[in-house]
Ligand binder design. Structure first.
Ligand code: GLU
Length: 344
């Protein structure tokens, strides 16, 4: 496959080591267990300096500066933390000395933080999330090589302008496309609709494509000076879904509802009626899917035009929620919101 030209505003390799900031937020990569072979462990115990120090050869790839942003399991990731992370990355990459950023993060919500940063970091430089499925104390812990590969990608000028990336298990995923797919396996992340951005094997990178959607420096979204985002709920459709969950979300002040629909974003007749009522009262209703792969298409079995629903296109419910939260920072028409789901 033909490799694309180097972006003109990104420096070509000079032989001088790049400066890469490693921002640690916790997760299994910083996790610890009593023994090397047990399933139970605690996330977010190891410090960023200990993590960096445990990877042989890391300082040959780049000059590393570590920063501890948080030390939590990513099930406890908050939007306040995500905003702080975006602010810090924007500051680091804006100052010129830092060529790339690595964020270490738990894998549970890694796709959400990656997509959030993909929409709110304002830089062409590489931003790479990585983590681990096995704690640092495990036999065959996967964190050290993932961190090594993530730093290699962050230090690589050819990774620039590809949006926020996730490096896990030798794969380079795009923030828009990746999703966690297995509860325990080291091969947990897939990019099932659009495929991989590239691979990285013991620090050697290869790229197949750039992201197809708008991201980072071409995104219109910003969280500068923002301290809270509008409430958007996700509701999971299933046989016999109780429609009053939708009424409850509206009554609790949700500005948007993302339905993790069955199949092509479907829900039962009662839920459709409740969602129509919600849309009629001004709550934005997005139909996404609980299915791992495939797009949600307008007006298939549900008449989105008359019901004033939006479809998520390729975004899974967790990422559709993030896009809607950022989009609802200002008033927009349903047509504009729908277009955003085709654009980002
Ligand atoms: N709950 C942990 C987390 O997301 C486990 C997943 C992991 O990091 O692999 O932080």
């Amino acid at each position: 496959m033909k490799e694309r030209a180097m972006p003109t505003d990104i420096q070509a390799p000079t032989g001088k080591k790049a400066c890469v900031a490693v921002l640690a937020t916790g997760g299994t990569i910083a996790g610890q267990a009593e023994t090397g072979t047990q399933a139970g462990y605690a996330s977010g115990r190891i410090t960023v300096d200990a993590m960096i120090g445990s990877v042989p050869g890391l300082s040959d790839l780049a000059d590393i500066q570590g920063e501890q942003i948080a030390n939590v399991g990513s099930q406890d990731m908050t939007f306040a933390l995500m905003i702080a992370l975006a602010d810090r990355i924007n500051a680091l990459l804006g100052d010129g000395a830092v060529e790339g950023v690595v964020v270490t993060h738990g894998t549970d919500t890694m796709e959400e933080t990656a997509y959030f940063l993909n929409l709110t970091v304002k830089s062409r430089k590489p931003v790479v999330l990585t983590g681990a499925m096995r704690p640092s104390t495990a036999v065959s812990a996967d964190g050290p090589l993932n961190l090594y590969n993530a730093v290699a990608v962050a230090a690589d000028p050819r990774a620039a302008e590809r949006g926020v990336l996730v490096v896990m298990n030798d794969r380079i995923h795009g923030a828009h496309s990746l999703t966690k797919n297995n509860t325990t396996s080291v091969e947990t992340f897939l990019s099932p609709i659009n495929g991989l951005i590239g691979t990285v094997i013991y620090g050697k990178t290869q790229y197949f494509r750039g992201p197809f959607r708008r991201h980072t420096h071409t995104s219109e979204f910003s969280v500068a000076g923002v301290d809270r985002l509008p409430r958007v709920d996700i509701l999971y459709a299933c046989a016999g879904m109780p429609a009053d969950l939708i009424d409850c979300s509206v009554s609790r002040g949700a500005r948007g509802i993302v339905v993790a629909g069955d199949g092509n974003g479907n829900m039962n007749a009662g839920a459709i009626a409740a969602a129509s009522r919600a849309a009629g009262q001004g709550t934005v209703v997005v139909r996404s899917s609980r299915v791992q792969t495939g797009t949600v298409i307008r007006n298939v079995e549900i008449d989105d035009d008359s019901r004033r629903f939006i479809v998520s296109d390729e975004l899974n419910p967790a990422k559709a929620r993030i896009l809607l939260m950022l989009a609802l920072q200002q008033d927009r028409s349903l047509e504009e919101l729908q277009e955003m789901f085709y654009t980002y």
